[in-house]
Design a protein around this ligand. Structure first.
Ligand SMILES: NC(=O)C1=CN([C@@H]2O[C@H](COP(=O)(O)OP(=O)(O)OC[C@H]3O[C@@H](n4cnc5c(N)ncnc54)[C@H](OP(=O)(O)O)[C@@H]3O)[C@@H](O)[C@H]2O)C=CC1
Ligand SMILES: O=C(O)C1=N[C@H](C(=O)O)C[C@H](O)C1
Length: 255
């Protein structure tokens, strides 16, 4: 590594992007290029060697759920901080990452199911509303090239809502359904029904529908363009070096 690579141009943060030719990765490359305090030192995609990102201090991963764990392991082992937007983080996966980081207390990893500031607030508002309503269902809507369903955002929201309901002592949501075409009532995530819609023209959208006697409350967020995720991604890139360990979600960074 040359002296300039080691320090970064003008003291800027050296950033590598994994999934760089994808929809999100390409947008992240443009955002990093346009930020005066960041330097894009690696753009890695399918078929490229991960070692191409060796010059990075912070790696941003927007790849696929089946490769993200190997990427993350590579980063942690090499002391490279990571900002991860890729979905597929089950509780077991998060525990595994915590285990790796226990051996590398100098490394920071931020994993966020959604980098949109509005989406983060939507999840916070939903968690706050949850204890006041006996019914709740989540409807997420995405572009048809999305590989996973339900979305990471919907799964995370369902877990937050379920936790708030449990803390408030709420039981299961009322539902008399006896006959069901499989899938008609959506997926069950911690007792919360989640419905996934895929249609051309959509980007990323979610409604959390609450109901109680005589009223409903709908909390909705729409990402119409992937630029909506960039302020959150750049916030995490700038913060991750000062946050050793695992940070899940953007909430702590926004505060
Ligand atoms: N947290 C958030 O705010 C957001 C998260 N996402 C999530 O980010 C992920 C990516 O989404 P999106 O950009 O739409 O998907 P894309 O399919 O457009 O991009 C993924 C890219 O990763 C590449 N890739 C696959 N394997 C590897 C590998 N081993 N190393 C490097 N690159 C690889 C793919 O190549 P190829 O196509 O050749 O396989 C593709 O170019 C998804 O999980 C999505 O849900 C998306 C938007 C926002
Ligand atoms: O694949 C996408 O596009 C998105 N994925 C993330 C998710 O699964 O929640 C975030 C956002 O919804 C866009």
């Amino acid at each position: 590594m040359t002296d300039e690579q080691e320090k970064g141009r003008d003291g800027s943060i050296r950033v590598g992007v994994l999934g760089a030719r994808g929809r999100m990765g390409a947008e992240v490359c443009r955002a990093v290029d346009g930020a005066g305090d960041l330097e894009l030192v690696a753009a890695v995609d399918q078929g490229d060697e991960l070692s191409g990102a060796s010059a990075a201090e912070v790696v941003v991963d927007f790849t696929t759920p089946d490769v993200v764990m190997d990427n993350l392991r590579w980063c942690v082992d090499r002391g490279v901080h990571a900002v991860v937007g890729t979905t597929g983080f089950t509780r077991q996966r998060l525990e595994q990452v915590r285990g790796w980081l226990a051996d590398r207390p100098d490394v920071g990893v931020v994993i966020a199911p959604n980098f949109g500031i509005g989406a983060v607030l939507m999840m916070q508002f939903a968690a706050r509303a949850a204890r006041h309503f006996e019914s709740v269902e989540i409807i997420e809507q995405h572009h048809p090239r999305k590989l996973d369903a339900p979305s990471g955002t919907a799964t995370h929201t369902a877990r937050l809502v379920a936790q708030a309901r449990a803390e408030a002592g709420l039981g299961p949501t009322p539902d008399a359904t006896k006959d069901e075409v499989p899938g008609a009532r959506g997926a069950d995530i911690d007792g919360v029904r989640v419905h996934a819609v895929r249609a051309t023209g959509l980007v990323a959208h979610q409604e959390v529908l609450f109901g109680t006697l005589g009223e409903t409350l709908t909390i909705r967020h729409d990402s119409y363009d992937r630029v909506s995720f960039m302020p959150g991604v750049l916030l995490a890139v700038r913060a991750v070096r000062q946050r050793p360990g695992l940070t899940v979600g953007l909430d702590a960074l926004l505060d």
